[in-house]
Design a protein around this ligand. Structure first.
Ligand SMILES: *[C@@H]1O[C@H](CO)[C@@H](O)[C@H](O)[C@H]1NC(C)=O
Ligand SMILES: *[C@@H]1O[C@H](CO)[C@@H](O)[C@H](O)[C@H]1NC(C)=O
Ligand SMILES: *[C@@H]1O[C@H](CO)[C@@H](O)[C@H](O)[C@H]1NC(C)=O
Ligand SMILES: *[C@@H]1O[C@H](CO)[C@@H](O)[C@H](O)[C@H]1NC(C)=O
Ligand SMILES: *[C@@H]1O[C@H](CO)[C@@H](O)[C@H](O)[C@H]1NC(C)=O
Ligand SMILES: *[C@@H]1O[C@H](CO)[C@@H](O)[C@H](O)[C@H]1NC(C)=O
Ligand SMILES: CC(=O)N[C@H]1CO[C@H](CO)[C@@H](O)[C@@H]1O
Length: 890
């Protein structure tokens, strides 16, 4: 919970976004100042004169332009101005029909005036961009200071010296953002995940800054440590920064600053004198020793101790010339190697690190809300995941700050397809093949992103390719760029095994699917995407929202189609052009395994069962197999979240409501866990923590549909940290008539505490795969498991009581719910939801200890939940497959 305290502090200092008012206060006033342009006026180039030079002089009347915050794509800006309403756009297929896309075939203009009080002799001013989609002409006070040939690429950050173009008093900055084509530009697309935003993400999507310096400027710091043993008594820390003399004379000065423990308990000064010749640029490196370093650990393994560094560049008589921002860093090290099976393995602080993660997406309009990202990351930790993969969605520095504080590792890198992977040897990408002029954009992009990410302890790796590896020339640029930024972490050629550049060698990551539905026992096979090696993006394509969310974005027709027309194309699945536009593979499995649904509610109930089974098996598979002959070394579930309200590829929906896929993952990745290997029919114990060995009791019960015990067994075993171990075989599976319930319980015999409880429904008929008919996205099933009997479960009756617990650290309401199955038959797949008492809408985010639970006869368990809002405003609904709905009030 310590992390949450730190977070509330972080969130409190995050800049509020919104419709910034223009202010007459000077933007910067003295050397060392850096300020974000606080807002923009936005207009289509079609609506105004094409004399950009005139438009970029102060005094133009922009009162009829839109007003936006410091960063927004054109669509985000239009939504900010209520030209469009996203609730409305997200409904049914409105995004396709309600926006005139032709308005984005022309450039859009971002314009802002700002004040400068004076331009002292010997001071310098710099305009800093961090990427503008897709490319931009930048005018200042009537002068073109950067043409779109230079300011190109969504990640192309540049620094332009603008001193001689500035004037005392009012100044005007004008940015002409050109339309983005995913085929031509190194931009941010959503591939097949969701429809493209109508503007293809065009515009000033990241902040633009102005800085003022004296004769010498300094870059953000970079940090290198020689830590190779987390128990080390001292560590050498090298702080590096690039300094530049902007005068045509020699300048002498000092770099001064300090490394400090974030809580102030440690303080090490850093300083070095410098002499720079006229216009010289140089990198300074200052090495200091830190005694008793507090090492940074990923969540679940230890504390996220952070240090800060800030550097001042001073010149004659200690005059401040420039100052870096306060940067956080952590002391830790990450290594990787490709093992004898050709699979990549990561180590963090020397410990084997089994990656359990998921693929993140930005919002469809690239809107960034740090508070929302914090909730998403909190969900990841709640599930038990340790890594987030950003495939070309690098977002903003705040995302990395959150990951650092929360202990979530980050795999970043470029996106697949489109322009990014338009290589001669890639026939899959429809991008325009790379030409000479693309390589400098790649260079600027990697240098900029490398600089942004370098100090963050959460970084696990940078992937310079995704589906395909870059050509040799681009590889050299990416690798040189990262090394120039002192990148201390692994650099991986791609997320697949299709090929590799010589300079880096094989990636050791596989991308062999699945992306669509496969049965739970898929993960225990030894083929394709099954749980061995490192799967860079894979999952059974699940993530169906519950009804309350669906009603927000599907029309009645859409809802009817969802359950009555299996296989019908749906706008809220992947794009029309994609394999995943319909749910035919998924629906076939649902119908065959669980029977034909008789209502939307029944379809959704079955969908949650299917989703839960799928994600649990995947997370458990990779956990169980971490010590197999060919070990599972990691996996990235495809995907974590949706860029808009989506029907699949997510672990919680756009409104942050968790459902079956969430709780399947959460059970499957418990830190200490007991799980069933569908293939071997063995029970395994899993421990993802670094701890000592100890005794555990494993209890295994198999019952039939009517609650009759088929087998029961208890054993005591020794567990091992960060590993998995076979505990015992399950007996009686062959005696299952139709469907049986397997309940596993893991207990600490000393405290008597239940560490994990896990219930499976097993069919007398296993799913059988036709491996030979596999495609890149699925492996077909030739014989489905048969769970139809679940529809004929005799009714069970559930009693539940709700107790208030002390509030959580952020003031969240917390409750305990005791649920008891009073029947002599199992109570199957009970869903608990916290509802708003007035609207009956499900409250989110919500943190359940467990959910979608199955209780054996007379079984009683305790659950906890945390949520916002007073208890008197909430109620808890418990519904299930064979139980009447129970409503609890606080
Ligand atoms: C957008 O539309 C929804 C529903 O039509 C409405 O509830 C909401 O207030 C609107 N939002 C804005 C910002 O106008
Ligand atoms: C968006 O990108 C696609 C693919 O390159 C292109 O066909 C389309 O014209 C672009 N849209 C706009 C508004 O530029
Ligand atoms: C600061 O952090 C260090 C290391 O985590 C810890 O030992 C120390 O007690 C902390 N001091 C304060 C004042 O919190
Ligand atoms: C990449 O950019 C850096 C910094 O501008 C420059 O030093 C380097 O030569 C460039 N590399 C290539 C291959 O253009
Ligand atoms: C669903 O999509 C697949 C792949 O695009 C296609 O082959 C199939 O015909 C579609 N099913 C229906 C019912 O349209
Ligand atoms: C496994 O994980 C727990 C939870 O972090 C840890 O405390 C324990 O020592 C480990 N248990 C064993 C038996 O290794
Ligand atoms: C397989 C593996 O890496 N095991 C490690 C798990 O953690 C313990 C304790 O740190 C190490 O001793 C093991 O080597």
């Amino acid at each position: 919970m310590r992390a949450i305290h730190a977070l509330s502090v972080l969130l409190a200092v995050l800049k509020p976004v919104g419709l910034a008012k223009k202010s007459d206060n000077p933007l910067v006033t003295s050397p060392g100042d850096t300020a974000v342009l606080p807002g923009w006026h936005l207009q289509s180039s079609q609506q105004v004169t094409n004399d950009l030079s005139a438009l970029s002089k102060p005094g133009v009347d922009v009162s009829r332009w839109y007003r936006i915050g410091s960063k927004a794509t054109v669509m985000a800006g239009l939504i900010e101005n209520r030209v469009y309403n996203d609730t409305d756009l997200f409904y049914s297929n409105n995004l396709e029909t309600k926006v005139d896309r032709s308005q984005f075939d022309h450039p859009w203009l971002y314009r802002e005036e700002f004040n400068i009080q004076q331009i002292p002799q010997g001071n310098n001013f710099f305009l800093k961009t961090h990427g503008i989609s897709s490319r931009a002409d930048i005018y200042l006070n009537g002068i073109l200071i950067a043409p779109s040939s230079l300011q190109a690429g969504s990640y192309g950050g540049h620094i332009y010296e603008v001193t001689k173009h500035l004037q005392q008093g009012a100044n005007a900055l004008l940015i002409q953002a050109h339309p983005t084509s995913y085929r031509r530009d190194l931009s941010i697309s959503f591939i097949d995940w969701n429809p493209s935003p109508p503007d293809n993400g065009t515009g000033v999507w990241r902040d633009i800054e102005l800085s003022q310096t004296g004769p010498v400027s300094i870059s953000p710091p970079r940090i290198i440590t020689d830590l190779r043993d987390p128990a080390a008594k001292s560590v050498r820390i090298t702080v590096k920064a690039d300094i530049a003399n902007h005068e045509s004379r020699t300048v002498r000065g000092m770099i001064k600053g300090a490394i400090e423990a974030e809580n102030g308990s440690q303080h090490v000064p850093v300083s070095q004198a410098f002499v720079l010749d006229a216009n010289e640029k140089r990198t300074v490196a200052i090495t200091v020793e830190l005694k008793d370093p507090k090492v940074w650990w990923p969540a679940f393994w230890g504390e996220q101790s952070l240090y800060t560094v800030r550097l001042d560049a001073t010149v004659s008589q200690g005059l401040l010339s420039d100052r870096t921002q306060l940067h956080h860093f952590g002391i830790r090290y990450v290594t990787s190697h490709v093992n004898s099976h050709g699979d990549i393995e990561f180590q963090v602080n020397g410990h084997r690190f089994l990656v359990l993660g998921a693929g993140y997406t930005s919002d469809i309009f690239l809107r960034f809300d740090a508070a929302n990202v914090q909730k998403i990351f909190q969900y990841m930790l709640d599930i038990g995941m340790n890594t987030v993969r950003l495939e070309g969605k690098q977002e903003h520095p705040e995302l990395y700050d959150l990951a650092d504080r929360m202990g979530l590792m980050v795999i970043s890198g470029w996106e697949c397809c489109d322009k990014w992977e338009a290589w001669p040897y890639n026939d899959d990408a429809d991008g325009i093949k790379w030409q000479d002029l693309d390589y400098p954009i790649a260079n600027a992009s990697v240098l900029h992103e490398g600089r942004m990410m370098q100090t963050h302890p959460s970084m696990l790796a940078f992937l310079i390719g995704s589906d395909y590896w870059p050509d040799d020339r681009a590889t050299r640029i990416y690798v040189d760029g990262l090394y120039q930024m002192d990148w201390p972490n692994p650099i991986v050629a791609s997320a697949s095994k299709r090929g590799y550049p010589k300079q880096l060698g094989p990636s050791g990551m596989k991308m062999e699917g699945p992306y669509d539905w496969v049965p739970p026992n898929y993960w225990y096979a030894d083929k394709m995407g099954a749980a061995f090696g490192f799967g860079s993006e894979l999952g059974a394509g699940v993530g169906t929202p519950e009804l309350g969310s669906l009603k927000r974005f599907l029309s009645n027709d859409d809802l009817r189609n969802l359950w009555t027309k299996p296989g019908e194309g749906l706008y809220h699945m992947s794009t029309k052009a994609s394999q995943f536009h319909n749910r035919s593979i998924y629906d076939k499995a649902l119908y065959e395994r669980y029977g034909q649904p008789r209502s939307l509610e029944e379809y959704l109930h079955m969908a949650q069962i299917l989703d839960y089974e799928s994600t649990r098996a995947q997370f458990e598979g990779f956990s169980i197999k971490q010590d197999d002959n060919r070990p599972a070394t990691g996996m990235i579930y495809w995907m974590l979240n949706g860029a808009w309200p989506s029907l699949h590829w997510q672990l919680f929906d756009y409104y942050l409501r968790p459902a079956g896929s969430y709780f399947g993952s959460k059970v499957g990745s418990r830190i200490e866990h007991v799980a069933y290997n569908y293939q071997e029919r063995h029970v395994y114990i899993i421990n993802h923590s670094l701890g000592t060995t100890g005794k555990r009791v494993v209890a295994v019960s198999l019952t039939d549909l009517y609650g009759k015990t088929i087998s029961h067994k208890e054993v005591t075993v020794d567990t091992l940290p960060n590993s998995s171990k076979k505990a015992l075989a399950v007996s009686g599976i062959d005696h299952i008539q139709d469907v049986g319930f397997l309940r596993l319980i893991l207990q600490d015999p000393v405290s008597g505490r239940t560490l994990s409880r896990n219930v499976y429904w097993l069919s007398s008929q296993d799913d059988v795969m036709d491996w030979g008919a596999s495609t890149w996205y699925t492996t077909p099933v030739s014989q489905f498991a048969d769970y139809h009997a679940l529809n004929k479960l005799p009714p069970a009756s559930v009693r539940a009581d709700l107790y208030r617990l002390p509030a959580g650290v952020l003031g969240q309401t917390r409750v305990k719910i005791v649920v008891e199955n009073q029947a002599t038959v199992p109570a199957f797949f009970l869903r608990l939801a916290v509802l708003d008492r007035k609207t009956r809408e499900e409250v989110a985010p919500v943190y359940w200890s467990d959910n979608y639970i199955t209780l054996l006869p007379k079984e009683r368990i305790e659950l906890t939940a945390g949520f916002d809002g007073d208890l008197w405003m909430r109620q808890v609904e418990i519904s299930g497959g064979n139980t009447a709905t129970v409503m609890l009030h606080g």
